[in-house]
Design a protein around this ligand. Structure first.
Ligand SMILES: Cc1cc2nc3c(=O)[nH]c(=O)nc-3n(C[C@H](O)[C@H](O)[C@H](O)COP(=O)(O)OP(=O)(O)OC[C@H]3O[C@@H](n4cnc5c(N)ncnc54)[C@H](O)[C@@H]3O)c2cc1C
Length: 319
């Protein structure tokens, strides 16, 4: 989101931008996971669950996605469950999701830009005032006038420590929480009484009926997210063990029958907990910049804004 938001704004300002992403397709932490199951091919939003739009610029961008069919409002019944098990309706702004999966938004943005997928950048180098990128597998791209790193903080450190110590140092002070996600499918709808719940206590912090989101299709699918504390203490556990522990906790809380499908995914850097204050995103001397949710806050909207802020800084200083 951050990288494409920056690229969009730079292209609007007249720059030529090439983007490279190690992912096999559009998504990042707004990915949609597919699986063949006994109920057919199913999909889950296993990372970001929804996004809100508080900033006016982002509200306008969300309205365009909605108009293009890349996003829609999610009107699921969301509740909060406190430590005593008391259930209350959650009060929140409008919630939006990508359609037909969370990555619909990223796909829509990338479709209008020059993006190469499956391209893991291993090294940035600068010679004669120009940048080159070296990729896993041995290929190179460049020269480029300027480079932007739009990865989670921990991965930005690796890319920047040899070429932009100040940025690497700032990124190094960010701390992201991991998150174990479990994707479930059931033969029939669960009678939970809600479509998503935030739990104050226990191993699961969030459970959502994925299939209650718009354009998701018929099968009953759910996503569970473990709390940061639980995810940290089980970070190196086997996927199968995590899937069993979290599914069992969910089934006993909701009295749901055994799922027809279950799988786990580990997000090692899910949501930034400590964002370094006041990161100036652009170094005009060496023409390198950073964006990403970690420069503002742990949300889709913050990632989008970080890309626009960086593009503004580049456009005003590069000219
Ligand atoms: C489990 C979970 C739940 C969440 N829930 C919500 C929520 O409900 N609401 C909300 O607003 N936000 C939520 N978030 C946070 C939200 O997903 C992020 O804030 C946002 O998507 C971050 O966007 P980004 O562009 O900064 O980073 P990313 O989406 O992580 O994008 C970074 C990109 O960099 C690529 N990359 C990394 N290293 C390299 C490399 N060396 N070479 C090439 N490419 C590389 C990655 O493939 C990735 O596509 C959640 C996140 C997770 C994981």
């Amino acid at each position: 989101m951050a990288g494409l938001s920056c690229a969009e704004a730079l292209v609007e300002a007249g720059y030529t931008v090439c983007s490279f992403d190690k992912g096999r397709g559009p998504g990042g932490r707004m990915s949609t996971r597919r699986a063949e199951t006994s109920l057919g091919e199913l999909r889950w939003d296993h990372g970001a669950q929804f996004f809100t739009a508080r900033n006016e610029g982002f509200q306008r961008r969300v309205a365009q996605w909605v108009e293009n069919g890349a996003a829609a409002e999610w009107v699921g019944r969301v509740v909060d469950v406190d430590t005593r098990g008391t259930v209350t309706p959650s009060r929140q702004d409008k919630r939006y999701v990508g359609t037909p999966g969370m990555n619909g938004v990223i796909r829509d943005m990338a479709g209008r830009l020059d993006v190469t997928w499956g391209a893991r950048v291993e090294r940035l180098s600068r010679a004669n005032g120009l940048w080159s990128l070296s990729f896993e597998g041995g290929s190179d791209e460049g020269p480029f006038d300027a480079v932007v790193v739009a990865t989670p903080a921990e991965q930005a450190v690796d890319l920047m420590k040899a070429v932009a110590f100040n940025f690497a140092d700032r990124a190094g002070s960010a701390v992201s929480a991991p998150c174990w996600a479990v994707m479930l499918a059931f033969d029939k709808p669960l009678e939970s009484g809600w479509d998503a719940a935030r739990f104050e206590d226990g191993p699961i912090s969030w459970a959502a009926r994925n299939s209650s989101k718009p354009a998701r299709g018929g099968a009953e699918t759910w996503v569970l997210h473990a709390s940061p504390t639980w995810s940290r203490s089980h970070l190196e556990d086997e996927k199968e063990a995590v899937e069993k522990m979290l599914a069992t906790a969910f089934l006993s809380a909701t009295l749901a029958p055994a799922p027809a499908y279950a799988a786990a995914h580990r997000w090692r850097f899910a949501q930034v907990e400590t964002a370094p204050a006041g990161v100036s995103p652009w170094d005009p001397k060496v023409k390198i910049g950073v964006c990403g949710d970690w420069t503002i806050g742990p949300r889709v909207e913050a990632a989008w804004r970080s890309g626009r802020v960086l593009a503004g800084a580049i456009a005003s200083e590069v000219g």
